[in-house]
Design a protein around this ligand. Structure first.
Ligand SMILES: [Zn+2]
Length: 196
């Protein structure tokens, strides 16, 4: 959350909150700037799995994350589907913004108990998650107030967000005002007509 990775020339002087340089072979460094110190840098030897990574679920853009992944994860859980989707033990890397967006696109109510969501909808959700993340990567990540791309330009995804940041504004599908609640202490925006 809110950290930066930048590729800069190796002689670029560090600034406040620059914590780590990984020296690359092209006279550049991959530099970590982490104002709020939420980040961690872990190293693991080939063939080993760091204990902090051992319990993590698959990456969403790999084949290891599929409809069946979600169906299995939701089968016995009555927690809200949004919380399951953001659980790193189920699948990693789906943050709050993308969870909101994916659930809207899949037409699933964020507060629905996971074990009540139909397998068809979970299959659609797994597809939508991949599409949403892939689109975000192409468009440069989500614009937060302190986010920038590696080249310092702002990300552009916020301009295309369908629900996140749009609480009480009209749903883009049905025009009804979007609802905004806290779920697991995270801002959750949804359409009570389009999401069931
Ligand atoms: Zn709607």
């Amino acid at each position: 959350m809110s950290g930066h990775l930048k590729v800069v020339a190796s002689n670029t002087p560090p600034v406040k909150h620059d914590h780590l340089d990984l020296v690359l072979s092209n006279d550049k460094v991959l530099r970590l700037n982490d104002t709020r110190r939420f980040g961690a840098v872990l190293w693991q030897a080939k063939g080993e799995v760091h204990p902090l990574l051992a319990a993590l679920g698959p990456e969403p853009l790999t084949e290891d994350f599929s409809a069946q992944t979600l169906i299995d994860a939701c089968a016995k859980r009555s927690a809200a589907i949004k919380l399951v989707l953001m659980d790193n033990k189920v699948v990693v890397g789906i943050g709050n913004i993308y969870a909101n967006e994916a659930l809207f696109k899949a037409g699933i109510l964020p507060t629905a108990p996971a074990n009540t969501v139909s397998p068809d909808k979970l299959a659609l959700l797994s597809t939508v998650v991949k599409e949403t993340l892939a689109a975000a990567i192409v468009q440069g990540g989500t614009t937060l107030k302190d986010f920038s791309q590696a080249d310092g330009k702002p990300g552009y995804f916020k301009q295309q967000l369908l629900v996140y940041g749009r609480g009480n504004q009209p749903c883009l599908q049905c025009q009804q005002p979007l609802s905004e609640i806290k779920l697991g202490q995270r801002t959750t925006v949804y359409c009570s007509l389009c999401q069931r």
